[in-house]
Design a protein around this ligand. Structure first.
Ligand code: AKG
Ligand code: FE2
Length: 416
């Protein structure tokens, strides 16, 4: 009888261990993590999060660094515009974080202490609601999980919440990106544009194009990120995993690096879609020009901040997408730009598919995005942003494609 009881207990213990309960330092982490996972990726409930064994088996080939790097302290805004922004050439700018408080303050130890009890968004449920976790649990999870494609903090409201807004004082928008024309729209109306980003090895962002034709900068404070960027002209079907490659993690960066990446690096990959690859390190700022496909995987835990913006250089791309995807915002925005940046109206006019005086009749801010499915392929790119983070929504291929950045209100009514 006794040996039966001992065996039973041993068996229970083995089961608990296989669930990873013993993995974490805090007694509640397992429960909090399970709860978040259930909401963010319910489809993995049965399959499991560690089933593919990527924490043991996933390895990236040595990187081929093919990106230009420039020293931000020796670059003028004019030069940046002429050499990178206007021709839409990706670049890593160094030296921009040298004077940021975040350089010292954004360590995992300090953040996990200071924001211990603050909730951060690490996923989204099927209804588009944020899935949040307290920093102390996420910290424990980040350092100890063995998940194939772990939960990733991608939080766009950190600067608006009373107890986390101090994070936004730890860095400043580099001069190259300061003239963000969405600033002219009311804060409440403008799309989400800044994200605090933190995640362990293997977390990342599925291949996507950033929303509404915006460009992005992404400054890394801790760890290393591997990036692959592919020119805007590359067709979606070529850059995305094929149906049979999607598996259980169809919209995760790691799936791309296990599948499409091999093709991208093979000699048969079309020269006109030649990728730009790199390994971004602490203190480096990636510039992602409008329209470029990009995919990211974290090599170890990383902490970063990223902003999306519209500038004089990409306004001609952002404007028509905003009219289509966010018509109400576009009307408000053009009014503000007319008052405060009248010199930009020429750009807007020549980029407009709809004459400005027609805007009231021809566009309404529909709350449905049903027209997205027959949108042109050009419109569907971003916006295919798997983000953008890969937090996709199930049964909705399009919104899935631009996870985080896209599934927030930014895209609620968007056609992307
Ligand atoms: O840091 C990352 O995971 C990439 C972020 C990204 O591409 C995005 O925010 O759109
Ligand atoms: Fe992106």
């Amino acid at each position: 009888m006794l040996s039966f009881a001992t065996e039973f207990l041993d068996d229970m213990k083995r089961q608990l261990m296989s669930l990873g309960r013993d993995r974490y330092s805090l007694p509640r982490t397992y429960k909090r993590v399970s709860h978040a996972k259930d909401k963010a990726r319910p489809e993995l409930r049965k399959f499991g999060w560690e089933t593919l064994g990527y924490s043991e088996s996933f390895n990236l080939p040595p990187f081929r660094d093919s990106i230009q790097r420039v020293d931000g302290n020796n670059l003028t805004v004019e030069e940046f515009r002429r050499d990178f922004e206007r021709p839409r050439i990706p670049v890593i700018i160094t030296g921009l974080t040298d004077n940021w408080a975040a350089k010292d303050k954004w360590t995992v130890e300090r953040l996990s202490k200071k924001y211990r009890n603050q909730n951060f968004k690490c996923g989204e449920d099927d209804n588009g609601n944020s899935v949040r976790m307290k920093m102390k649990y996420y910290h424990d999870y980040m350092l100890n999980n063995k998940d194939d494609s772990p939960l990733y903090i991608f939080d766009s409201s950190f600067a608006e919440r009373r107890k986390t807004k101090k994070l936004s004082e730890d860095y400043s928008v580099p001069k190259f990106f300061e003239d963000d024309l969405f600033h002219y729209a009311d804060d409440k109306k403008r799309p989400p544009h800044r994200w605090f980003v933190m995640g362990p090895a293997r977390s990342g962002t599925a291949i996507h194009i950033d929303p509404l034709g915006t460009s992005a900068w992404n400054s890394l404070l801790q760890g290393h990120k591997r990036w692959v960027l592919i020119p805007p002209i590359a067709p979606r079907d070529l850059v995305k995993p094929m149906a049979h490659e999607k598996g259980k993690h169809p919209d995760e960066g790691i799936t791309w690096f296990q599948t499409v990446y091999k093709r991208v690096r093979s000699p048969s990959w079309p020269k006109e879609y030649a990728p730009i690859e790199c390994r971004q390190g602490p203190g480096e700022t990636m510039f992602v020009p409008s329209g470029w496909w990009h995919v990211v995987i974290n090599e170890e835990y990383t902490i970063a901040v990223t902003h999306n913006y519209c500038s004089v250089e990409n306004l001609h791309l952002v404007w028509p997408k905003t009219v289509k995807g966010r018509p109400k915002l576009s009307k408000h925005w053009v009014k503000r730009l007319t008052e405060q940046r009248p010199e930009l109206l020429e750009i807007i006019k020549s980029a407009s598919e709809i004459p400005l005086y027609d805007m009231n009749e021809s566009s309404s801010d529909s709350s449905s995005s049903s027209s997205s499915s027959d949108d042109s392929s050009d419109e569907s790119d971003c916006d295919d942003s798997g983000r953008c983070g890969g937090r996709k929504r199930k049964n909705d291929d399009r919104s899935n494609e631009c996870p985080e950045k896209m599934s927030t209100t930014y895209f609620q009514n968007s056609l992307v």
